[in-house]
Design a protein around this ligand. Structure first.
Ligand SMILES: CC(C)(COP(=O)(O)OP(=O)(O)OC[C@H]1O[C@@H](n2cnc3c(N)ncnc32)[C@H](O)[C@@H]1OP(=O)(O)O)[C@@H](O)C(=O)NCCC(=O)NCCS
Length: 191
């Protein structure tokens, strides 16, 4: 982990983020990490539209996203934000059915460039996100990861919201199940 540094996604780091997305075919063919934002993919989604929408969020300061760097190269990220900033979580209907209180922060999507997986990039990203939240006053943080245990080996490609084992490392605990393999996990951070 010492080999990585982290920076927030801002207009200054946009080009580094964009280079990573472009090197990975736009991520899932061009989502540009828009799925969790309020407008999602919009009414008529396109790769260029997603890119522009993401950049508009970055310019407006309505994005919280931690970028991980190996040297000067951006190799991964972890998105986070308030429920207002990231309303479109997966399995939202089931989530809302048993929701009693909303968290202060959500972890959205996690991504490591395909050539850099399995070397602690996601761990570095989540570490830096939690440090950032703690430094900002802490609060209740939710993640919505995929269960790993009791399943066969899974390709990381389908862990859009990260593997549960990663969040367990940081002390997240299961709150409730919202899909066959997806859990709401919670952690309370104090400054
Ligand atoms: C899931 C993903 C983020 C993991 O990133 P990574 O940098 O390879 O993860 P790390 O090396 O930091 O792994 C940390 C821990 O997570 C868990 N983990 C990571 N990948 C795993 C996998 N494929 N299966 C099971 N557990 C896994 C392990 O517990 C691992 O710890 P260990 O290596 O000590 O066992 C990565 O595979 C990825 O980006 N997948 C694509 C997700 C995507 O498309 N996101 C965008 C959606 S819009």
């Amino acid at each position: 982990m010492d080999e990585y540094t982290t920076r927030l996604l801002t207009p200054e780091t946009w080009d580094d983020f964009a280079a990573l997305v472009e090197a990975n075919n736009g991520v899932w063919g061009g989502c540009w990490c828009m799925g969790f934002h309020p407008e999602g993919f919009g009414d008529s989604p396109s790769v260029s539209g997603n890119r522009a929408a993401k950049q508009a969020h970055v310019r407006a300061g309505t994005v919280h996203q931690m970028l991980v760097y190996a040297g000067e190269q951006c190799v991964g990220w972890c998105q986070f934000g308030s429920p207002v900033e990231l309303p479109n979580i997966k399995n939202k209907k089931v989530y809302e059915k048993d929701a009693t209180d909303l968290p202060d922060w959500r972890i959205g999507c996690i991504f490591t460039g395909s050539k850099h997986r399995g070397h602690g990039v996601a761990r570095a990203a989540v570490t830096a996100v939690l440090d950032e939240i703690r430094a900002g006053g802490g609060g209740v943080v939710e993640a919505y990861p995929e269960q790993v245990e009791e399943r066969g080996p899974q390709r990381g490609a389908f862990f859009h919201t990260g593997p549960e084992s990663l969040f367990e490392e940081f002390g997240f605990e299961r709150d409730r199940k919202i899909a066959k393999w997806r859990w709401v996990m919670r952690l309370t951070l104090t400054p």
